[in-house]
Design a protein around this ligand. Structure first.
Ligand code: ADP
Ligand code: PAZ
Ligand code: K
Length: 278
């Protein structure tokens, strides 16, 4: 199956956005469907958003659709939308609903769940279904904050936890005490200086929280969960986890592609939607 050259005529490209509390991640795909070819991608700290339209985005093929997850505030959203005026495509920001792309939302108020959490879980679920493994799943996202979600084998999001990320934990301790202004340390089983004690404390807090959620989900479902970890600081946690896990880049982008297929797939040529999975 070969894709026709659409560059000169009608674009079917999708720009996917993941705007966190620290950085904006973006990826341009040839079509709105899982497995679509990645044309370009990048990342900017929120303070550099203003450079996008004149910089990274300037040479891109114009997207026909823009789909994003944003957890930063209204001010940041406005600044991103200003950059998007480079193209005609209107932006759709994902708002978690009761169900989408094979996932059922168990949050008390579904729309109050962070869209990044929802989209990453959809990505995780799609990934498990694609490899024929509809098992219970724990989704760990290590960004500014850390989130740890539980999904059962039927695709129901049961609930999840939020804890501070490495940076926030350190800053909280620094600002709440007199004697904890020290450089970053190493992770040690038995730290013997302040730097190592702080770095190890944060890392073990996250690793322990994940282990606890895996235990909770195993007890609830009676089956061994799969654990998928993603996020900008996932690599920092990887050497220190106490449960089996897979480090997967771009779970949020997998989720955005799955949502995009449902929302925009019908409007694209057949080749873009041929890769339809449950
Ligand atoms: N090169 C890097 N630049 C910035 N942050 C990094 C880098 N490598 C790891 N990090 C960590 O990743 C976190 C940001 O991850 P990211 O997934 O972009 O967060 P968010 O989605 O909340 O914006 C930072 O808090 C930092 O701890
Ligand atoms: C928990 C979060 C702050 C994580 O943000 P991030 O670390 O990705 O920047 C975000 O998902 C959020 O603002 N959630 C809304 C509250 C909730 O999910 O219950
Ligand atoms: K995030």
């Amino acid at each position: 199956m070969t894709a026709p050259d659409t560059a000169a005529t009608e674009s079917t490209a999708l720009l996917a956005l993941d705007v966190g509390n620290t950085r904006l991640k973006w990826a341009l795909y040839e079509a709105p469907a899982p497995g679509a070819r990645l044309l370009a991608h990048g990342v900017q700290f929120l303070e550099n958003i203003e450079t996008l339209a004149e910089g990274d985005w300037r040479p891109l093929r114009a997207p026909r659709w823009v789909l994003g997850s944003i957890v930063a505030g209204a001010g940041v959203r406005h600044r991103v939308e200003e950059q998007l005026e480079l193209w005609d495509a209107p932006v759709q920001w994902v708002v978690p609903g009761n169900a989408e792309a094979g996932l059922i939302n168990g949050y008390d108020h579904p729309a109050r769940l962070g869209p990044d959490r929802w989209v990453a879980m959809i990505g995780a679920r799609q990934r498990l279904l694609a490899r024929g493994e509809p098992r219970p799943c724990v989704v760990v996202m290590v960004g500014t904050a850390v989130t740890v979600e539980a999904i059962d084998a039927e695709g129901r999001f049961l609930g999840g936890i939020i804890l501070p990320g490495h940076g926030i934990m350190l800053r909280a301790l620094e600002s709440g005490t007199a004697g904890l202004h020290v450089p970053t340390g190493e992770v040690r089983a038995f730290p013997t200086n302040t730097s190592d004690a702080l770095t190890s404390g944060g890392t073990f807090a996250i690793a322990g929280a994940v282990q606890r959620m895996v235990d909770n989900l195993r007890a609830h479902t009676g089956h061994e969960p799969v654990c998928l970890m993603t996020g900008g600081a996932g690599w920092k946690m990887a050497p220190h986890m106490t449960v089996p896990f897979e480090l997967v880049e771009g779970l949020i982008f997998d989720g955005l592609l799955a949502i995009a297929r449902n929302r925009f797939g019908a409007a694209s040529p057949a080749w873009a939607t041929a890769d339809v999975r449950p």
